[in-house]
Ligand binder design. Sequence first.
Ligand code: ZN
Length: 63
Amino acid sequence: MAQPTPARVHICPACDGFGSAAVTLGGRDRHGHLRTITAHCPACHGTGTRAVRPVSALVRVGR
Ligand SMILES: [Zn+2]
């Protein structure tokens, strides 16, 4: 069944919508927690979406 309305969010093509990821640094802290840093997608700055272009660029009439 077709989706009646198109998705309004444009997914970032560089990260497929996964804007940030936790990267392990190796080892654990004294509480036993895994040490990680958060890396953000440089294309979308961690949002997972891309900016929507002006309407005139998106509209296409006919083929
Ligand atoms: Zn991205």
